[in-house]
Write a protein that binds this ligand. Sequence first.
Ligand SMILES: Cc1cc2nc3c(=O)[nH]c(=O)nc-3n(C[C@H](O)[C@H](O)[C@H](O)COP(=O)(O)OP(=O)(O)OC[C@H]3O[C@@H](n4cnc5c(N)ncnc54)[C@H](O)[C@@H]3O)c2cc1C
Length: 421
Amino acid sequence: MNQIHVIGAGLAGLSAALSLTAKGRTVVVHEAGPAAGGRCRSYFDKELGFRIDNGNHLLLSGNTSARAYIKEIQAEDAFRPSVGASFPFMDLNSGQRWTVRPNSGRIPWWIFSARRRVPGTRLSDYLGMARILRFHDETTVGDAMRRGQLYWRLVEPLAVAALNTSPQEGLARLLGAVIRETLMRGGAACVPMLPKQGLSEALIDPAIAMLKSRGADIRFNSRIAELILEDVHVTALRGADGLIPISDGDAVVLAVPPWVASDLVPALMVPDAFEAILNIHFRHSADPSGPFAATGFIGLISGTAEWVFIKPDHVSVTISAANNMVDDPARSIAALVWPNVVDALGLPAAMKDQMPPYRVVKEKRATFAATARQDVRRPEAAAEMAANLVIAGDWTDTGLPATIEGAIRSGRTAADVLLKL
Ligand SMILES: Cc1cc2nc3c(=O)[nH]c(=O)nc-3n(C[C@H](O)[C@H](O)[C@H](O)COP(=O)(O)OP(=O)(O)OC[C@H]3O[C@@H](n4cnc5c(N)ncnc54)[C@H](O)[C@@H]3O)c2cc1C
């Protein structure tokens, strides 16, 4: 194989390009945008006056492909020092706060400890939660276990975050895949990994630097508008400056979002229903010695805000599975969640009327909806549309929901398929 063209410089495309260059392949990356990262990126917000992430991303130490990727791009130091597996929560209705702290090893003795488990839960609840792992059919998270305190205070918020889909519709088997790779492996696999600065500094810029150091040709503002297919081979790409020939022995990794992939390869079946994620960034310097400054985030129950992340110069709120809110005006969204932030941070109640400058980032098609109907529309890497074409992306058939881990794993799988050709 001579030259490999990777279309899309999101995590899937970058991961494929890294795997291929690691094996000495010549790689050209075509990215439509002015920068890499796709749905996982940072940028300077002129109005707020600092860099923000398009969305808060939570990675866990059990995300093995992501960790291998971070190691490969030598970005381990771009993440905050570990504070162990620690998940602070607050119920905004009752004001109750607790921290879920799974113990390191695989034997989950933390569920016996009132100081480590979810308040108001019993051992039998955790056995019930393990049922989620059993489902391989179309059972939803909401139907997979009893909806008691453990469900509302842990499983529901984790499911919404991991699946970006309401638990009434989200597939238990996809959540089960996440639990199997994290919680089931013990607290050591559940340590949150948060960037010291932004997503781009931690996951994207070092990958670009590594690829360049390996001789990859990375082309920004280089949208591919068409794949020319002849006799089950891609023979050319239509780029902004005309046709890019794909010679005999060259290959293509298509690592674009599903709606672009189906435009470029119309015969490809892809997920076609999506869920939005909202991120609301407030200019506010949180007390660095505050109760959860060490973990850097808190989960909220009974509010509109679901997770609050504490950054050096701002606090940032995530609301997942947000199709029902995404078209609301930015101001009303911010006004709805700011009081939740005030409560979460333990600020004086009077501050609820003093909303600081904010930015609402609406990612309308943040991920495919993790439903049974969508999961069957996920194609494998070797899409069999053309002999020299493979696909990658969080929406391909990774067995995981649409996550960083899934995207990175899909890029590696695509590269492995090509390397075996
Ligand atoms: C707000 C938000 C919050 C999230 N939170 C989390 C989280 O907490 N944890 C987690 O694990 N995951 C999270 N995710 C999911 C995660 O971001 C994605 O799974 C991952 O970034 C997808 O990577 P990808 O490479 O598959 O796709 P993308 O990031 O979409 O990359 C595709 C790339 O292709 C480029 N492209 C498109 N069309 C063309 C074309 N014609 N020619 C050339 N290039 C093209 C795009 O510009 C883009 O750079 C979140 C996503 C969002 C949006």
